[in-house]
Design a protein around this ligand. Structure first.
Ligand SMILES: Nc1ncnc2c1ncn2[C@@H]1O[C@H](COP(=O)(O)OS(=O)(=O)O)[C@@H](OP(=O)(O)O)[C@H]1O
Length: 154
């Protein structure tokens, strides 16, 4: 994916001139890029290796991957922010790139399928499967590690 922003110095130069006094650069998106709704979404499964898949896809020059899990279709609070908000969470991309986001929570959300279908009925959904026992041990371990400070010691 292209960098999120580039520095542009007064006068339009992307290189810092020798002396511009106190005037600093502005941050602007890379020229020729824009934000798009995803062409493809990694919907899960949680602990299936979804982060690894997204990062491997992102190595490809024609892929632009969202940096974080957006939780647009499964969290009502985010869905209520609207489609423009969702698109704004996507990375800047060039016209030849496809945009990909991953939120494993979509796979277990009862409301996500209809919402995704309403946005784009022919979107490509990517799902990784994992041995169920290994997956649940990974999930449980992650849950313990992130909640142990709130469960108390008894
Ligand atoms: N290439 C590859 N092959 C097999 N397994 C892999 C791979 N990459 C990541 N992993 C394992 O996937 C687990 C993390 O999955 P996720 O990235 O989907 O986690 S999350 O749902 O986003 O929290 C996590 O599992 P556990 O180590 O068992 O917890 C990772 O080790």
């Amino acid at each position: 994916a292209p960098p999120e922003y580039i520095q542009v110095w007064p006068g339009g130069s992307t290189l810092a001139p020798g002396d511009l006094g106190t005037v600093g650069p502005s941050l602007v998106p890379p020229p020729g890029t824009s934000k798009h709704a995803p062409h493809s979404i990694i919907i899960g499964v949680r602990k299936g290796g979804t982060r690894a898949l997204l990062e491997m896809l992102d190595i490809h020059p024609e892929v632009a991957a969202a940096a974080t899990e957006v939780h647009f279709f499964d969290w009502d609070e985010n869905y209520g922010k609207g489609f423009e908000w969702y698109r704004d969470q996507m990375p800047y991309s060039y016209p030849n790139q496809i945009t990909v986001e991953k939120t494993p929570g979509y796979f277990t959300s009862p409301v996500a399928p209809a919402r995704i279908h309403a946005m784009n009925s022919s979107i490509r959904l990517l799902l990784i499967l994992r041995d169920p026992t290994e997956r649940v041990i990974s999930d449980y371990t992650h849950h313990l590690a992130t909640t142990q400070n709130t469960l108390g010691t008894t």
